[in-house]
Design a protein around this ligand. Structure first.
Ligand code: CP
Ligand code: NVA
Length: 310
């Protein structure tokens, strides 16, 4: 039996039609606020009276501020806590935490070290749980990225996206979104940094068009969108080795010149200029990274409404 609670843990779990409706809502809601001060509540205040708990096991700038402002703009409120400030940090179980918070708040957003933590939280919670990033994936980020591409007039169906670098949690969400939104995904990652084969195969059997092309120039040839992320994610310890292994996968002007002439550059941020991307690309005319960051707010408002306003 499927759970009546609408969690947002992975794009793979959510029907394509519902994800499409979330993106449509994000576009409409963003346009409707044109000219509003940032703190003004949306005219319909759909989450008036609702409160979300936001729990962080690791650092965040965009996720933290966009969820908090998002709840305010929807007419609701949020309570933020680092897991170290909670009894969770002293060994209280995630299952007990889930049951207790479910008595206080209407939804829980968690940024977790391990994806197992968020699945355990969702299993024991009686309110919706939203994934604010785990070691496995980052689904809210991809919704903002896709909103950004559509704003730039790109039709996602058949669009060619190339991921360059570490096959990490953000890459995994692009894999999970491919069958849902119909874009073609090329993954260009060094050996030992590839997205897990079993996840790629699962996505392909759900209809995703995913190619693995190790050489970054071949992978970016004529592509519509080039995407990079840090080479050292939160929780990775082998920084020196990673920088050496990933050095040939930097997105720079030379690599961008192989892409389509109107190709866009995306990066979820935080970025490391001179490592995964050159300053000339991320600060150049093809970069949409700050629209992408802003759209975390708009996409997440649509996700919050989807999960909470049932
Ligand atoms: N892109 C992203 O999730 O940023 P933060 O780590 O700052 O939340
Ligand atoms: N892959 C990065 C994304 C940060 C938003 C990390 O997990 O640290």
């Amino acid at each position: 039996m499927t759970s009546p609670i609408k969690h947002f843990l992975s794009l793979a779990d959510i029907p394509a039609s519902e994800l499409r409706a979330i993106l449509d809502e994000a576009h409409v809601r963003k346009k409707a606020r044109t000219g509003y001060p940032k703190g003004k509540v949306d005219a319909d205040a759909p989450l008036s009276g609702y409160t979300v708990a936001m729990l962080f096991e690791k650092s965040s700038t965009r996720t933290r501020f966009s969820f908090d402002m998002g709840m305010r703009q929807l007419g609701g409120s949020s309570i933020t806590a680092s897991s170290n400030d909670m009894q969770l940090g002293r060994g209280e179980t995630i299952e007990d935490t889930a049951q207790v918070l479910s008595r206080f708040v209407d939804g829980i957003m968690l940024r977790a070290n391990s994806h197992d933590t968020i699945t355990a939280l969702a299993h024991s919670a009686s309110v919706p749980v939203i994934n604010g990033l785990t070691d496995y994936n980052h689904p809210c980020q991809i919704m903002a990225d896709l909103q950004t591409l559509e704003e730039q007039g790109r039709d996602l169906r058949g669009l060619s996206l190339t991921w360059v670098g570490d096959g990490n949690n953000v890459a995994m969400s692009f894999v999970n979104g491919a069958a849902k939104f119909g874009y073609r995904l090329v993954l260009s990652c060094p050996q030992n940094y590839q997205v897990r084969g079993q996840d790629v195969e699962r996505a392909r059997s759900a209809g995703a068009k995913i190619e693995i092309i190790g050489d970054p120039k071949n992978a970016c040839a004529s592509t519509d969108v080039v995407i990079a992320d840090t080479w050292v994610s939160m929780g990775d310890s082998d920084k020196k080795q990673r920088l050496a292994d990933l050095a040939d996968w930097q997105v720079n002007d030379e690599l961008m010149s192989t892409a389509a002439s109107d190709a866009l550059f995306l990066h979820c941020l935080p970025a490391h200029r001179g490592e995964e991307v050159s300053a000339s690309v991320i600060d150049g005319p093809r970069s949409a990274v700050f629209d992408e960051a802003e759209n975390r707010l708009h996409a997440q408002k649509a996700i919050l409404k989807y999960c909470l306003d049932t």
